[in-house]
Design a protein around this ligand. Structure first.
Ligand SMILES: [Cu+2]
Length: 330
């Protein structure tokens, strides 16, 4: 039985497409996706992998088939056929990659935007102008509007560094704010609203978290593979990562920038808890911090403190605030 070549090519094309599509969705190459942003990145990765697998099978398949089918036979010392350029083929193999590359760039740009990569508010260098520029999405030009009463800018406006608020969430503050410091060779996590400093990153699931990051010595990079997020941490500048975690669990926090001899040891843990568990962790940490404050207070000599200062830690435990305290004294 002789099957025509066109039918064989068609069949090969169908099989190739099906195999690529299947592998692109079932590769299991990535760790668990623990953030809302991760789903976007994964879909882009799957599309790129589908295309790549298709191309690999196509190119390698043609190569292997040709090597077998057109191999030199024993005793055949003739020249091969003199084949020169093929214009339609050249147009085709230029056009197809061009379309693929263009498609992927538009798609990845869209995903970057959806994750908050184009949020201009993520640049903290010019907090003075934040209120003015709020509606100027993507403004990255160092210029003062004519007639505006903006204070003189000390620094040119810069493009945001990191992943800010996703569209629709701009201008809102995140639920949990963590100041991250990267130094050789550790991560320090400070919760300015909660008064906690920790070596581990604890975050609640289902809430929006924001990391404001800076480095004390050299460039580091915050990388949490399960969140599909990575951002350079730079001395003298603040970079930002803003995300919503969707899965409870423990995930590694890594440094993704070769930052020195013990770079490989620059690791920490992201512990994602339910909001209730997170609250109880916060309380336990605050108690530890308070106990430490009390120790220093005793060392300072309480006689030097005002009644309000001295009673403040106790008042906090009793559920009182400073206003109530001062009323008591009067
Ligand atoms: Cu590092």
């Amino acid at each position: 039985m002789n099957i025509p070549n066109t039918i064989l090519t068609l069949l090969a094309g169908i099989v190739l497409t099906l195999v690529s599509l299947w592998y692109g969705q079932n590769h299991n190459l990535l760790p668990v996706a623990a953030s809302e942003e991760a789903a976007h990145v994964d879909s882009l990765f799957n599309v790129m992998l589908t295309i790549s697998i298709g191309l690999v099978i196509l190119v390698q398949g043609v190569l292997i088939i040709s090597a077998i089918k057109y191999r030199r036979r024993r005793g055949d010392n003739t020249d091969g056929p003199p084949i020169h350029g093929n214009i339609p083929l050249e147009i085709l193999w230029t056009a197809i990659p061009a379309v693929i590359v263009l498609g992927i760039s538009v798609y990845s740009f869209e995903i970057y935007n959806e994750m908050g990569g184009l949020d201009p508010m993520a640049a903290h260098e010019h907090s003075v102008n934040v209120a003015h520029n709020h509606n100027m999405k993507g403004a990255a030009i160092a210029a003062t509007l004519p007639g505006s009463e903006e204070p003189a800018q000390t620094e040119p406006r810069q493009i945001a560094l990191g992943i800010g608020a996703s569209p629709g969430k701009e201008g809102r503050t995140a639920d949990v704010l963590v100041n991250v410091t990267g130094l050789q060779f550790a991560w320090i996590f400070n919760y300015p609203d909660l008064g906690i400093t920790s070596g581990e990153l604890h975050l609640p699931a289902g809430k929006e978290s924001q990391l404001n990051m800076t480095a004390t010595d050299v460039i580091h990079a915050m990388w949490i593979p399960e969140l599909r997020l990575k951002q350079d941490v730079i001395p003298g500048r603040t970079t930002e990562l803003r995300f919503t975690i969707s899965k409870i669990g423990d995930y590694p926090v890594l440094c993704a920038e070769l930052c020195g001899g013990y770079h490989g040891a620059m690791k920490s843990q992201l512990i994602v808890q339910s909001p209730e568990e997170f609250d109880s962790w916060v309380k336990s940490q605050q108690e530890i911090a308070r106990a430490e404050t009390m120790e220093t207070a005793v060392a300072i000599n309480p006689a030097d403190m005002s009644e309000g200062q001295y009673l403040a830690p106790y008042a906090h435990e009793m559920g009182m605030n400073s206003e109530m305290l001062s009323q008591l004294h009067n």
